[in-house]
Design a protein around this ligand. Sequence first.
Ligand code: 8ID
Ligand code: ZN
Ligand code: ZN
Length: 352
Amino acid sequence: MTTYEIPTEQWAQVIEETGSCVYKKIPVPVPGPDEVLIAVKFSGVCHTDLHAMNGDWPLARKLPLVGGHEGAGIVVARGSLVSDVAIGDRAGIKWLNGSCLACSFCQQGDEPLCGKASLSGYTVDGSFQQFAVAKAAHVARIPDGMGLDAVAPVLCAGITVYKGLKESGARPGQWVAIVGAGGGLGSMAIQYAKAMGLHVIAIDAGEEKRESCKELGASVYVDFAASADLVAEVKAATGDGLGPHAVLVLAVQEKPFQQATQYVRSRGSVVCIGLPANAYLRAPVFDTVVRMISIKGSYVGNRQDTAEALDFFARGLVHVPFKTVGLSQLNEVYAMMKEGKIVGRYVVDTSK
Ligand code: 8ID
Ligand code: ZN
Ligand code: ZN
């Protein structure tokens, strides 16, 4: 078995106060008996990391905090109870860092609903550091031959949208609208949807995102900032004027959640995934009843969803357009994200 030299100090991005993070050296963590230490090579930057830095959700987090939950790397140490993950294995840190594996939710594979779940980059330190700890039972197993930079966004964005599409109940040949299609989750959602045999209506703003969405496989692009009547335009996009069978709402604004309930096809489903701060769902009861609309939430994925989402990637069915910058430049990524300027995903390289 290969052994790795593990330093005592490492570079990390640390949130010391709400609203900002500092690039500094901190101690390398030590894995507990059921944990592994992963040398993180690349980590995707999810909009959730920005929510965590700004503390805008009604969910407590640790401080100081190392964010990040799309970390891809190599296992360099493991606790005494770990036997099925080896030193040298390629592994991924995802949002769900660990769960109890014993409660009624865990028993049924609903690990994200576990009351004792620990969350990477939120309730425990995440992947914006060179060495991060995760529960061995929950790490993503990254097959050989995948670029650790390219695979990183699958670890949250990919798993989440793949799960959301399954939750939508949409079947091959049907239409799905992806709201926020040009962003990180959206870019992956277009491709998972296409790979699952669905027609895609991509909704976002601007020409750069139009081009990217079309290139990734969207049949129609609707510019929410330019459209005079978004609801009518989305309904018309399916050809029969009845609207999409399912909607994945990934946007970080409240309004598109309301619009989705208006343009979704009767009997269709609106799957809420984006997590705008202080937002509420509002839909007319009458319409929801007589059009038999389902409105539901979908939250990351379990270990099986993780393996399946990675398998789509391994087969070359999905890829995310990504740009790489150094971990030291994380604040620049957040600035672009706040402005809605990112097409696809930014991935940080922990060596820079
Ligand atoms: O498990 C979950 N439910 C989960 C998992 C991972 C991420 C939820 N999230 C949440 C994040 O916390 C965030 O709130 O999903 C949301 C989207 O994450 P992201 O894809 O990482 O964000 P992004 O790359 O910034 O993309 C957001 C896109 O939404 C567009 C923006 O232009 C951007 O391309 N958008 C917005 I803001 N308002 C829109 C609107 N009204 C819109 N697109 C269409 N219509
Ligand atoms: Zn995420
Ligand atoms: Zn549990």
